[in-house]
Design a protein around this ligand. Structure first.
Ligand SMILES: *[C@@H]1O[C@H](CO)[C@@H](O)[C@H](O)[C@H]1NC(C)=O
Ligand SMILES: *[C@@H]1O[C@H](CO)[C@@H](O)[C@H](O)[C@H]1NC(C)=O
Ligand SMILES: *[C@@H]1O[C@H](CO)[C@@H](O)[C@H](O)[C@H]1NC(C)=O
Ligand SMILES: *[C@@H]1O[C@H](CO)[C@@H](O)[C@H](O)[C@H]1NC(C)=O
Ligand SMILES: *[C@@H]1O[C@H](CO)[C@@H](O)[C@H](O)[C@H]1NC(C)=O
Length: 485
């Protein structure tokens, strides 16, 4: 009986330690990068700092593939090591990617370097191992992703890992998770498209981590994230920013319009504005009159169905959301906002944007839901081609199609245009652009108002000179147009 108990205990002990070993060794086969290319590379984020505890199992790793050989060094001394250097031994079953000690000692602490080679290249990675006497209170960060540059539609993967202390106090909290930093600097939950995968190390259960992944990055995913680590109520935070990356960057010169030397920015802007107007072309009329005629026609139609229109208008709190950055504040506050609201009777909601366009989507999406239309004021000269593209992409991801008021001509980019690539040109083509000239220039206001829905006041305005039942074309010839506009 006694013999049997001892025997069972022994078998149990063996089972436990080989399970730990197998689990430690499986580290390199889980949560790997989603790639199937086979050249020599790390297969997951290489962690530079490791923690273990005295007399406890500990393993460290260099997770790689496509290599011909892998060698290990501790503080410059090549493996195998004498007992005075390190107790860690290779685990050949994991293709020499893992070192472990069944019972780690303080003296095992040090810098472990793996050196990987294929036929042509050599790479190294160093893991600083700390064997601790006892659990810590404060969290110790082991890995945090660097800032990322990701293409729209591409994949995003962030990783954060830390050693925490687990308290036995019921109300002390120890965990690690990803949060999103909102443009107003408050920290909120991730969106449903941003997936979090939590990890725990099988060798040391106080090491916890979390992957944040997005399969297809869209405008709302750019900006800053924070990895928040709680350890016995001590908090540490680590920020990572996700920026736009542009695919067209390296193919400069190959795209057709780059070859032609310069981009017809001016023509593009004017063309886009004209495109909106060309929709209804009253061929008989003088060209200058066409936009105003269109506007008049809309007002007349609105008067014809007052109730339906009024209901539609009142669904939203505001008619126009006007957004701008600080550089354009004077013009927007001094001219654009007062004219829209006082002269043209729009209910205007104003939002000041941050200077960098990467988070405009998040800054605007909530406000945009309260408004019927969106006007973004841009000074193209303030932005690089990439920032311009970022700005447009952020704006176009919003539920309201943006009307972009350009305070200057689009720059005549020649060499720089390559960087923005064709995507900038096609994005500009697909955006409603209205070129600002002067506060008293009527053509600007007509073009802008044509791009916006009618304000509620349009219905209430009574215009004695115009008979609402008249057909639009006759109306225009009657000379009452100017009264309407
Ligand atoms: C590699 O993975 C991609 C998808 O990630 C797939 O389309 C492709 O067929 C794969 N290639 C090979 C050789 O397995
Ligand atoms: C060796 O690895 C490097 C870096 O991963 C890679 O660029 C190169 O193509 C590889 N060489 C061979 C012969 O596989
Ligand atoms: C693993 O390391 C041992 C000892 O250094 C070596 O003999 C063996 O060839 C290595 N295996 C691989 C796959 O690198
Ligand atoms: C390990 O490397 C770090 C710098 O990377 C150095 O400060 C430290 O002294 C090294 N430790 C040992 C034991 O050599
Ligand atoms: C900050 O922004 C988020 C979303 O944009 C919003 O839910 C939250 O209420 C805002 N917080 C403050 C204090 O304004």
């Amino acid at each position: 009986m006694c013999v049997r108990t001892v025997w069972c205990g022994l078998v149990g002990l063996l089972a436990v330690s080989s399970a730990a070993l197998a689990q430690g060794a499986s580290y390199c086969s889980v949560n790997t990068f989603p790639t199937n290319s086979s050249f020599m590379q790390f297969t997951k984020e290489p962690v530079p700092i490791e923690f273990g505890f005295e007399d406890k199992f500990k393993s460290i790793h260099c997770c790689v593939k496509g290599y011909r050989s892998i060698e290990w060094f501790k503080d410059g001394v090549a493996y195998p090591w004498s007992a005075g250097v390190s107790n860690l031994i290779l685990y050949p079953e994991a293709a020499n990617q893992t070192l472990y000690a069944r019972r780690a000692a303080r003296a095992d602490s040090g810098n472990y370097t793996c050196r990987l080679s294929n036929e042509t290249h050599t790479e190294t990675h160093t893991v600083k191992l700390n064997i601790l006497e006892k659990p810590t209170d404060a969290p110790r960060i082991m890995f945090i992703s660097k800032d990322q540059w990701v293409e729209e539609g591409g994949e995003l993967r962030l990783y954060c890992e830390a050693l925490i202390g687990r308290s036995y106090l019921a109300d002390a909290r120890s965990d690690l998770r990803w949060r999103k930093v909102w443009p107003n600097n408050t920290v909120g939950d991730l969106l449903p498209t941003q997936t979090e995968i939590k990890t725990i190390r099988e060798d040391v259960e106080d090491i916890i981590g979390s992957y944040l992944t997005v399969d297809r990055v869209s405008a709302q995913d750019y900006g800053t994230y924070v990895c928040v680590v709680h350890s016995n109520d001590i908090v540490s935070e680590h920020h990572v920013t996700v920026h736009y990356r542009y695919g067209g960057l390296d193919d400069g010169g190959s795209s057709s319009w780059c070859g032609s030397g310069s981009v017809p920015w001016r023509a593009l802007a004017l063309g886009a504005a004209a495109g909106a107007l060309a929709l209804v072309s009253a061929a008989a009329l003088h060209r200058r009159c066409t936009p105003r005629l269109l506007l008049a026609a809309r007002h007349a139609r609105a008067r014809a169905q007052p109730t339906a229109r009024r209901a539609r208008v009142l669904e939203k709190e505001f008619d126009v959301l006007v957004c701008w950055t600080a550089v354009d504040g004077e013009l927007v506050r001094g001219a654009l906002l007062p004219t829209l609201s006082l002269k043209y009777k729009y209910r205007v909601h104003a939002v000041l944007l941050s200077t960098q366009p990467d988070t405009w989507y998040s800054e605007l999406v909530g406000e945009a839901s309260r408004c019927r239309s969106l006007v973004a004021v841009l000074s193209p000269a303030q932005h690089s081609p990439q920032q311009l593209l970022t700005a447009l992409r952020q704006l176009r991801a919003l539920p309201l199609p943006p009307v972009v008021v350009l305070l200057q001509d689009l720059p005549k980019l020649k060499r720089e245009a390559k960087e923005g690539g064709e995507s900038l040109v096609s994005t500009l083509r697909g955006t409603r652009l209205v070129a600002w000239r002067h506060v008293h220039e009527r053509a600007f206001w007509t073009a802008l108002r044509l791009a916006l829905p009618l304000p509620p006041a349009a219905r209430a305005r009574t215009d004695t000179k115009t008979n609402p039942e008249q057909d639009d074309n006759k109306n225009s010839r009657s000379g009452s147009l100017t009264a309407l506009v």
